[in-house]
Every structure is written in C-alpha cells, then in structure tokens.
Design a protein around this ligand. Structure first.
Ligand code: FEO
Ligand code: CA
Ligand code: CA
Ligand code: CA
Length: 631
C-alpha cells in the first residue's frame, strides 16, 4: 500500500488553524454580497474597522508620511546632545567621548515611562530608547560596506561602541509640542564602550562567564544589539540583546566554546572592526566574552545611578524582545522570541510575586523562576517545555552540568526538548485588554515545502505572519493564566499580497492595505494591535512600504490592517509606544538610507541638509485636533 501523500493532510490542518472567525465571516459576507446587483454592492459596503483614520499614502519615498489629520514630528535624532551648551552635531569630527553624551544610533525599542514614577502622566516622562547597531558607512565619510572593516580607525570604532546601548531622556509636552528637557538629571547614556553592567541569576559568576578583565564573571562592559524590549509593572525596562554574534572576530574553532559559538551563529568573520582594536571581541584572545552577551537586561530609568543587570535566568539566545504579563496571582511572565529562521519562542515565569507596594523587592523577581520553550502542535495547542537542569535530556550526559549551562546554551537545550522551529519569532506581547498573546513572525524564506508546519504554513515565507496564542482564562483582562502548561493558538493573519497566499479580513483590499514582515507590536487603549514592519533590503522588491499598520483584534474588523505611518526609504519601523492616554504614538525610524553610504545616501531624512547624512530618529505622532491616535 502506498503511503498517503503528506501535502493534503498538512493543507487541511493549516486551513483548520487559520482564524475560524474571520474566515467564516468572510465567506458569509462574500455570499451576501454576491446576491446584490453591482451598484448596490458599492452603496452597501461599509468599512468594518473601528480604526477611523484615513490611511497614509501606501508608497515608498525619501520622506516619512503619516495619515491625514495627524502630525509626525521628529523629537530626537542620532547625535542630538543630552546636555545644553554642546557644539552643533558634525559627524565628521565626532569622537567617542562626545558620542557618549549624545543620542545613539539606530534607535529601536521605545518606552515612555511617566513622571512621576507610578503616575499615568501623558505629557511628562522619560523616553527610553535602545540603540541596536551601527552603520559606519552612513555615519562617517569615505567608507563603503565591503571594505569598511579594514578602513575604520580606532576612534571611529569607539564612536560605534559609544553609539550602541540605550538612552534615557526626560521629555515634556508643552502647548502640544514634545521637547527634550536638556540637563535633566535623568538624562543618561548606557553604552557598549564604558557602562558597567551586572550579571545576576544562575549563570552569574560561572567559569564560562569569567574573563581576564572580570575574573568574577559578574561584571561586563556594555550591552549590544539591543533590539526591542518591554516594561515591568514596577517601572523598569527590559532590553533585549539580539544579534550579538556579529561583533566577534577570530576563529571560534580554536576555542573550547566552538559548538556554542556555532549554535549562536559566530563564524569568525565579523561585519564590525571591533576585534582589531579590542581583544575582548576576538574569540581567540577572550573566548568567554561572548557568553556575557545575548541576555535580557533590566534598567531602572528612574534611578540614574542604577547599575543595569543582565538577568541570566531568562536564558541566552538572540532575544528580539522581553515583554511582561502578570498571572492572576501576580507572578511575572516574560515572553521572548529568538529572532532567527527556525528558532523558538521562550517564556519565563517568576517564582516570587509582584508586590505593588514594594518597588525595591520587585527588582529581584527576574532572578528566580522557570524558563520554558514552546512546542506548537497541529491540534491547535501549545505546550511549554521547561528548561530545567536535571529534567529530561538536560543532564550531564548531554553536557549540562548545572542550570548555568542550560541558560548559557538555551538554544541547544531547547533543541533537545523538541521545541518547534518558527519563522523568525520577533515581538511577542500580551494584550492588556484580553490576555491573548500576539506573536509576530517576520519571515523565513528558507522554509522548504517539505518542512511546513501548521503554525508556519508557507514555504519560502517572505512576508511573515502573526499568531494569536490564548492562555486558559484569556478573554477577560487579568484572568489569563500566562503560567499554564498549555495554551491554544490560531493564525491571526498571513502577511503579503493576495498572490503571496496572504490571509487577512476579506475586505482588506477595499478598506485596508497589505503589509509585509510584521516585527514589533503594541496595543492602544481600545485593545487594537499596532504592527511595525521590517522587510530589510526586500522592501523595494516587495514594493510595500515599511511603517505602522493597525488592526482590530475583536469584532467585525478583525485582521483588517490599515496603513498609518510610512518610514523614509531604506528604513525600518521600530519602537511603537503610546502615552498612557493614547494621544501620542512614539515610533523609532531605524537605519534610514541603509545599503547606501554617507557620501551618496538614498535619503537625507530628516534634515534634508546636503552636509548631513540620514539620521535615525524618534518621531512623535499626534492627532492635529488632539484626542487618541487611531480613533
Ligand atoms: Fe532587531 Fe529582530 O530585529
Ligand atoms: Ca526590528
Ligand atoms: Ca526585524
Ligand atoms: Ca512591543
């Protein structure tokens, strides 16, 4: 008897896992429409979305664009000074010490932290911004992408280190205008050049984290490739170290950590010149430095003297973000995706409980708890597999001598547990309105047709998709059991155009716009999903603009994306974050002009000054006549 071909079976399962509600409603709506004469169809069709803005022009250009009736204003740019009295910014003369007093490069995650702490203030607060990476060829004249690593000077490399990390800036809205408060005692830069960061949790002090500069294995200089992040209920921010492999040179096969380097993608050919000048970025000279990156870092922005902490209990991988939810009994849950093709979704659940009256005690919560990894099954369930030393395969027989080894090599531990390889897990965030969790999967062009999975249902997935995960109790705010062993899951949407096999609300072509490569997500006060996109260098080929899209999650407009804001050419959209009252949406425009060079950039946004290259910037978006954004 011949074997049943797998393709129809997987197709059936995939169809069953696509969001039933929107599919059924779409079929009913289409049937109803078909019975009407053509003229009546146009007259009766009404927009099912609760998002009432007219869409921004859905096209790629050198300038940014926003929905009509909204203002999009640059709040702060790479190189803007955090202290008064600084000289005008000139990248030609920029040195590392000066860069450490200025806004960093490639702003990514943003958090608006109200002032005073614990308030819901929406016109005064701290803007916290990640500075993920640097494009030296756009920061300095005379370089090109191919040869820059040989040409960069020591001072330029140190500017790059100083432009990485994080920034905290006090901001205030006066007369409808957001402004930076110069000389605020809160204004602070955390850099990869000089900021000391503490390591805590099960890997802190372990031999594999010890270096010549730090024989204790508990202190590291800097944080790298901080992509997205999250905010804790006690008012700290979590920032995620993502593509930390890119900074390290030397031959990893000459070290005792060769397998670990390989699993994290270090190939010995860095796209940075850092290992030419800093021994710690040469794996042959300092093989353990690499183990000190790839963590989630906690920062208290309200305390300018706070030493940031790498929380090793949350595992080491390429963290896209770390978003926080509470269980009904106030334990703390952190969701984090590992952003690489065929990598996994992780979850941490704290042992201790959040205490709203004791801010200081909450600062230890992320050091003790259980890290798990997700297995998605075809029946629509998700099972969390605990990454606990001594359990299952995580034993000495497989090279794990302690929980420190498990968290340092979280990817290998997850492989052994049978986690589900996903299409680049990016931001994963729980809706404050319903407790359902939304997971952006940005793309995975490498997925072969014979490795389809119901949760990753397209071969050569160039446009990505969004999954909806439901913990038990989801549907009502505060009831979701984010600590449960089992969730259910569904496909919210498959991105791209119709010809790419996209699946949205059936009226998307009429009332919305297609999107590609969902990356970061956030929610407005009405529980709607705001999605930022990142197609990277595929944007021109896809001919879909990157920017902010928004859609309903409940009701008749579910999964109908609308286009709100477009980034300038060759940029990526990052950091969406609302003020508590929803009247300002802050967004981060990252790497405008990427793949071009300082001397001939593809855009000079936002200054459009012939002497200035494009500058990554934070933009504040408000409604011209006031009121919540998106209504
Ligand atoms: Fe830094 Fe996964 O984007
Ligand atoms: Ca991103
Ligand atoms: Ca991305
Ligand atoms: Ca987010």
């Amino acid at each position: 008897m011949s074997e049943r071909p797998p393709a129809p079976a997987i197709a059936e399962i995939i169809a069953a896992r696509l969001s039933r509600r929107s599919v059924l409603r779409g079929a009913a709506a289409a049937a109803a429409m078909a019975t009407l004469p053509a003229g009546a169809r146009a007259a009766t069709a009404s927009d099912p979305s609760s998002l009432t803005f007219a869409q921004a022009e859905h096209a790629i250009g050198v300038d940014h664009k926003v929905a009509p009736g909204y203002r999009a204003e640059v709040l702060i740019r790479w190189g803007d000074a955090l202290r008064s009295g600084a000289a005008a910014f000139d990248p030609r003369t920029l040195n590392a010490a000066e860069q450490e007093t200025r806004f960093g490069y490639n702003n990514d995650f943003l958090a608006f932290m109200p002032l005073p702490v614990g308030s819901l203030s929406s016109d005064h607060g701290l803007l916290c911004a990640n500075f993920e990476y640097t494009n030296a060829e756009l920061m300095f004249p005379g370089l090109d992408i191919k040869t820059k690593t040989q040409k960069l000077t020591r001072e330029q490399v140190d500017v790059e280190l100083a432009a990485h990390g994080h920034g905290i800036v006090e901001i205030r809205r006066t007369g409808g205008q957001w402004q930076v408060v110069a000389d605020s005692p809160f204004n602070r830069r955390i850099s990869a050049l000089s900021t000391e960061i503490r390591l805590s949790g099960p890997a802190a002090g372990h031999d594999r984290l010890k270096t010549k500069a730090d024989p204790t294995g508990t202190r590291v200089i800097g944080t790298l490739n901080n992509c997205a992040g999250g905010v804790t209920p006690w008012g700290t921010v979590l920032i995620a170290e993502e593509n930390v492999d890119t900074y390290f040179g030397g031959d990893p096969n000459k070290t005792a950590e060769a397998a670990n380097y390989a699993r994290m993608g270090v190939k010995g050919k860095s796209r940075y010149a850092w290992s030419r000048f800093h021994d710690r970025f040469d794996v042959e000279k300092e093989p353990n430095e690499f183990n000190r990156f790839g963590w989630l870092v906690e920062i208290d922005p309200y305390d300018p003297t706070f030493t940031p902490v790498k929380r090793t209990a949350l595992g080491r991988f390429k963290h896209e973000a770390g978003t926080v939810a509470l269980t009904p009994d106030n334990r703390v849950v952190v969701y984090s995706g590992d952003d690489q093709a065929f990598e996994y979704l992780y979850r941490f659940v704290s042992t201790g409980r959040y205490d709203p009256r004791d801010r200081r005690a909450n600062l230890g919560l992320l050091d003790q708890g259980t890290l798990s990894v997700a297995r998605f099954d075809a029946d629509g369930t998700l099972t969390w597999l605990p990454l606990v030393f001594g359990r299952g395969p995580l034993t000495a027989a497989n090279g794990f001598a302690s929980q420190a080894d498990v968290v340092i090599e979280a990817r290998r531990a997850a492989d052994l547990l049978g986690a589900t390889p996903m299409d680049r897990p990016e931001d994963v965030e729980a809706s404050p309105a319903t407790g359902k969790v939304y997971m952006a999967l940005t793309n995975n062009a490498k997925r072969p047709a014979d490795k389809l999975h119901p949760a990753n249902p397209r071969a050569e997935n160039r446009h990505g998709h969004i999954l909806e995960l439901a913990p038990p109790g989801a549907g009502k705010a505060g009831r979701a059991r984010h600590d449960a062993d089992r969730f259910t899951w569904n496909v919210l949407l498959l991105a791209g155009r119709a010809e790419d096999g996209a699946r949205y609300h059936p009226q998307t072509a009429q009332f919305g716009k297609p999107l590609s490569c969902p990356d970061n997500v956030t929610f407005d006060n009405r529980g709607r999903l705001w999605i930022s996109t990142d197609q990277g260098s595929a944007q021109a080929r896809n001919n879909l603009p990157d920017g902010m899209y928004a859609c309903d999650l409940e009701g008749k407009g579910r999964a109908l994306p609308k286009f709100f804001y477009g980034v300038p050419k060759d940029a990526e959209m990052c950091g969406p974050c609302f003020t508590p009252d929803g009247t300002t949406l802050f967004v981060a425009v990252q790497h405008p002009g990427e793949d071009s060079v300082f001397d001939a950039p593809s855009t000079r946004w936002p200054d459009f000054d012939d002497r200035m290259p494009p500058r990554p910037s934070v933009v504040a978006i408000t409604k011209a006549d006031g009121g919540p954004v998106g209504t």
